[in-house]
Design a protein around this ligand. Structure first.
Ligand SMILES: *Cc1c(COP(=O)(O)O)cnc(C)c1O
Length: 447
């Protein structure tokens, strides 16, 4: 198939996610054809570093021999069998592995296909947990600027007005705490201990005064989709302590942060947190296939046990829940972590990335630089002194990302926040290429 025809058909038939199709159809777009390690190749034969891990999910690089082989081996057996009331080999093995590597209180695994579903399941499980225990509770506490995916339950927990405001009338209500990064920057000039304590006091006041709280939900350590907004250190830990003290559940969304992204397998490890629900997605298959999981505790699981007629069980499932191929490649993904010592090798690279990120502060149009492990955001502003953003319609972030393509770097920004989130296997030379391209592209805004 020649690329001109593909381009034409892409614009004619394919409605793309999070994309203004009028604009998309007027532009030249990338159509990827193959990948190798940290590189992607398009149908025109051009080569790009995948600097966003194909939307934050690729871990060990593309076209990895071990992950490919795991799929081939499973494919020769069977591609899919249902797990509604029956089971399959890779799904069992993976559930055991996930329990082994996750924080200690988590002992049960409920599968789904996307991060949003993993959150949706946590919402429903938490809600039904209280009902099964004979209590009617319906209020969730969430954070402003939260992002948990695009299905309606996950959107209800979300707090990004641009994505979520439109649907307000058909969402359930939540109590929203301020976004820690924005709150701390505005009132304390940064992520201080004092600010963390004030945020926790606000939460405690709410928990004290209400007896209808189902759960507190939040992302782990950083609000990704909001533009890479890290929490003060210890905030997650503080939320865990308060939710325990007041007897409410805690949902931690590790969809973006899980599988090594912040330097440890899960961010929760860094603050010694074990939430009642941990949502996983994105990197779980190394970026190969759609798979997600909601991990929970013995306590929650037990609340759903009963005789069939008691109707305490969880009436939820999807056609492809626990898909054989996805679970097989997820198992191989975890093996590669060990074989290639991915996390050990990541530490110096995280430090190298921080060092290089500092250079962005010198640029005229850079207003902020944020990082947690291998997640980084560089915020572009029109006026650095006054902190005035570029007008939304100008799509400055996209312009900079398109410019980077000229230097062989593939990026997708979040508004005017340039996201750097390369596969964990990138080497220094790749970081150099990405940083170099991005600095050059930002500088070119001057002309
Ligand atoms: C991407 C993301 C989701 C949604 O995952 P999908 O697989 O896109 O549905 C949920 N939570 C966080 C923190 C995410 O980054």
């Amino acid at each position: 198939m020649d690329w001109r025809t593909l381009e034409q058909w892409d614009k004619e038939y394919f409605w793309h996610p999070f994309t203004q199709m009028k604009v998309y159809r007027e532009e030249e777009n990338l159509i990827f054809e193959r990948g190798e390690g940290v590189y992607l190749y398009d149908v025109k034969g051009r080569k790009f570093i995948d600097a966003i891990s194909s939307l934050w999910c690729n871990v060990h690089g593309h076209n990895h021999p071990k992950l490919n082989q795991a799929l081939i081996d499973q494919l020769k057996k069977v591609a899919h069998t249902t797990t509604l009331g029956s089971s399959n080999v890779p799904a069992i093995l993976l559930a055991k592995r996930l329990v082994e590597i996750s924080p200690k209180c988590l002992t049960k695994v409920f599968y789904s296909e996307d991060g949003a579903e993993a959150v949706e399941i946590a919402i429903k499980l938490a809600y039904q947990y209280w009902r099964n225990k004979g209590e009617r509770r319906k209020t969730f506490i969430t954070l402003s600027e939260a992002y948990h995916g695009d299905t309606l339950g996950a959107v209800s927990l979300g707090g990004i007005d641009l994505f979520h405001g439109t649907y307000k009338d058909i969402l359930f209500e939540t109590i929203k705490l301020p976004s820690p990064y924005i709150f701390c920057k505005k009132n304390y000039g940064g992520l201080s201990e004092d600010c963390k304590n004030v945020l926790l006091e606000i939460l405690e006041e709410i928990l004290k005064s209400r007896d209808d709280i189902v759960a507190v939900s939040l992302e782990a350590g950083i609000q990704g989709a909001a533009g890479m907004l890290p929490f003060p250190k210890g905030f997650l830990r503080g939320v865990r302590e308060l939710t325990k003290k007041y007897g409410v559940l805690m949902i931690v969304d590790e969809v973006a942060t899980g599988f090594g992204r912040t330097g440890t397998m899960f961010y929760c490890e860094q603050e010694d947190v074990c939430a009642d629900f941990m949502c996983l997605g994105k990197g779980i298959t190394g970026g190969y296939l759609p798979l997600a999981a909601t991990l929970t505790t013995e306590e929650v699981f037990n609340a759903f046990l009963g005789e069939f007629g008691e109707m305490k069980h969880f009436y939820h499932g999807h056609t492809y829940t626990g898909n054989n191929l996805a679970c097989a490649v997820a198992l191989a993904n975890l093996e590669v972590f060990e074989e290639e010592k991915t996390l050990e090798r990541l530490q110096p690279k995280i430090e190298y990335l921080s060092q290089r990120l500092k250079e962005f502060w010198e640029l005229d149009f850079v207003g902020d630089v944020r990082q947690l492990g291998f997640m980084a955001g560089i915020e572009l502003v029109k006026d650095k002194e006054k902190g005035i953003p570029f007008p939304y319609g100008e799509r400055t972030g996209f312009k900079v990302a398109y410019k980077c393509r000229e230097k062989g770097v593939f990026l997708r920004p979040l508004g005017d926040v340039m996201v750097l989130m390369p596969p964990l296997v990138v080497e220094r030379e790749h970081i150099d290429q990405v940083v170099g391209a991005l600095k050059w592209a930002i500088e070119s805004l001057k002309t």
